[in-house]
Write a protein that binds this ligand. Structure first.
Ligand code: NDP
Length: 333
């Protein structure tokens, strides 16, 4: 059983040295438990938070403990009457070949209904994040402009496509020409802006001639600076993620801009609301029903970036925080 543990806590960007590969015996399930062989491991930006001891909405991974993460797994041995050997399940198996579960929180997957990896992306936690945050907090109306960054990732790509289905105009922000082309040509976004372009504020303003009504915040940093002047009266900002900040060790230099943000919030009557996907747990059935339907009807598309082998996980994860992935990042074990 190979497992990747947290070797030390990064200050700033993680490096491969913050992780360690260990080998050990395959665990043995006790009464009521199942042995899971992890087939696919999801890599997600929130894992950077788990590497840190800073106070957050979830507990950190302890030093020398296995890195956490969602997996698609096969039941390899069962002492739980609810699961049979060979069942495929969505689990929280972590960065390792095998894990043991008492069955709680496992979701059985039907490989005939959809490719199993979709349970980690478009039909999983990231997809539900897009669906709930956009529809409940963003609430786009037909004709409004919705902007989202990290737009080719599993969250952003679904935000833009659902915005289109609701009759809004979707503008995606992504890193590089290939990702921008993918947004307009494959996903049907109305416009795409490269956040590395020389003049991001001007490029974004040109892509949003009627301003911005919903900004789905995935990124923060320079992208938010470009968005803020364009927000219309009564704009909604679901604050979902701040990936540009996750490796920051201190506040950026410069003047205190909180007064300007608060002034904009007041005078333009903005709504900024942070959320964690599980705040909307009761919407899971509606999410699964709607998004599965749209997928079947070919009204939404998704893209995966699959890397091979557990040992590739640290490098792939480090790359995720810098945009080296193109689509939902998954490790095939
Ligand atoms: P992605 O696959 O989209 O990966 C993150 C992407 O962020 C990168 O690919 C990169 O894309 C972009 N990025 C990184 N640094 C910067 C930067 N400085 N400026 C602009 N873009 C940057 O990840 P997910 O779709 O899984 O997650 C998207 C966001 O949603 C994250 O912030 C994540 O933390 C958050 N999230 C929040 C949840 C919640 O419950 N609140 C649940 C799930 C996710 P590019 O190459 O285009 O720059």
């Amino acid at each position: 059983n190979r497992r990747i543990v947290l070797a030390s806590r990064p200050h700033g960007e993680p490096t491969p040295g913050h992780f360690r590969v260990e080998r050990g015996a395959v665990p043995v399930p006790r009464d009521g438990e199942v042995l899971l062989r992890n087939r696919y491991l999801s890599l997600d930006p929130y894992m950077r938070g788990r590497m840190s001891a800073a106070k957050s909405y979830a507990k950190p991974v302890e030093i020398n403990d296995v890195m956490v993460g969602a997996t698609v797994a096969e039941v390899a041995a069962s002492r739980n009457p609810d699961f049979a050997v060979g069942d495929t399940v969505l689990a929280y198996g972590g960065w390792q070949d095998f894990s043991v579960s008492n069955g709680q929180g496992l979701r059985r997957l039907d490989p005939a209904a959809a490719p199993v990896t979709t349970s980690l992306g478009v039909l999983g936690m990231p997809g539900m994040t897009a669906y709930t945050g956009l529809l409940t907090i963003g609430a786009p109306k037909p004709g409004e402009t919705v902007v989202v960054a990290a737009a080719t990732g599993p969250v952003g790509s679904l935000v833009g496509q659902i915005a289109k289905l609701k009759g809004a105009r979707a503008v995606g922000i992504a890193g590089g020409a290939d990702k921008c082309r993918f947004l307009t040509e494959e996903l049907g976004f109305d416009a795409a802006v490269d956040h590395r372009s020389a003049d991001l504020p001007a490029a974004l303003a040109a892509a949003c001639p009627d301003g911005i009504d919903v900004y789905f915040e995935n990124v923060g940093g320079a992208v938010f600076d470009a968005v803020l002047p364009l927000l219309n009266d009564f704009a909604r900002v679901p604050v979902c993620g701040l990936v540009a900040h996750y490796n920051m060790t201190e506040l950026p230099p410069g003047p205190d801009r909180i007064p300007a943000l608060m002034r904009a919030t007041l005078s333009r009557r903005l709504t900024l609301r942070g959320f964690i996907v599980w705040d909307f747990a009761e919407q899971e059935p509606a999410f699964l029903r709607d998004v599965s339907g749209w997928l079947r009807e070919g009204r939404i598309r998704y893209r995966e970036d699959v890397v091979e082998g557990l040992e590739s996980a640290p490098e792939a994860f480090i790359g995720l925080l810098k945009g080296r992935n193109f689509g939902k990042l998954v490790v095939k074990l």
